[in-house]
Design a protein around this ligand. Structure first.
Ligand code: GSH
Length: 201
């Protein structure tokens, strides 16, 4: 059987979500690395697969493409313990994943992007995104009150989605020491069977 192909970037938390879920589910991936700074070859490489020209883009073993990190991991996890069966719990997974894409990723990931590539951001952008990122982390801290994991006290793709950029928030200058629930949850996620670090292909 052909392996699935992942158009990937090793620095991307969104791509890491897919590699992490595949590692935990024992699914093979063939990685095709794309540059996230020089994006000039995107139209010819993934133009027919993902109209947004972004990574991650997954191509299933039957050739069908799938875009959007959270859609990809939910698809891969369907029918496994990583995605709840209960409709209410599945909706809560989505609620956390929409929160991640609207509140966490545009702030934590963007600040980290400028930091790790040493790029100059437009004036005021880093300050604004840092403040919004801290507010998002405060919301996550409240969401983890008296909880081991985000949904049903069980590790799920919701944890994967939030973990991806929160665990590397320090690379963007965020200090997590004021977020004890978040810090304890990050450690629990990293202890899950089959866990791999973001640096692992
Ligand atoms: N909502 C998308 C975001 C994907 C995304 O922003 N990918 C970045 C890398 S993390 C990218 O391809 N950036 C290049 C570009 O936007 O042209 C997802 O969750 O998959």
């Amino acid at each position: 059987m052909l392996a699935m192909r992942l158009y990937n970037s090793m620095v991307s938390g969104n791509c890491y979500k897919v590699r992490l879920v595949c590692a935990q589910l024992g699914l093979d991936l063939e990685l095709h690395e794309l540059d996230v700074v020089d994006r000039s070859n995107r139209p010819e490489v993934i133009g027919a697969l993902n109209p947004a020209l972004r990574v991650p883009t997954l191509v299933l073993d039957d050739g069908r493409p799938l875009a959007e990190s959270n859609a990809i991991i939910d698809f891969l996890a369907d029918g496994t313990p990583l995605l709840p069966d209960d409709p209410y719990d599945r909706a809560r997974v989505l609620a956390w994943q929409f929160f991640e894409q609207y509140e966490i990723e545009p702030n934590l990931a963007v600040v980290r992007f400028y930091a790790i590539f040493g790029l100059t951001a437009p004036p005021g952008l880093v300050e604004a995104r840092t403040s919004a990122g801290v507010r998002a982390l405060q919301a996550l801290e409240r969401g983890l009150d008296d909880r081991r994991f985000l949904i049903a006290d069980r590790y799920s793709v919701a944890d994967v989605s939030l973990y991806a950029y929160v665990h590397v928030a320090g690379e963007g200058g965020f200090d997590l020491t004021g977020f004890p629930n978040v810090e304890a949850w990050l450690a629990r996620v990293a202890e899950q069977p089959g866990h791999i670090p973001i640096t692992q292909a």
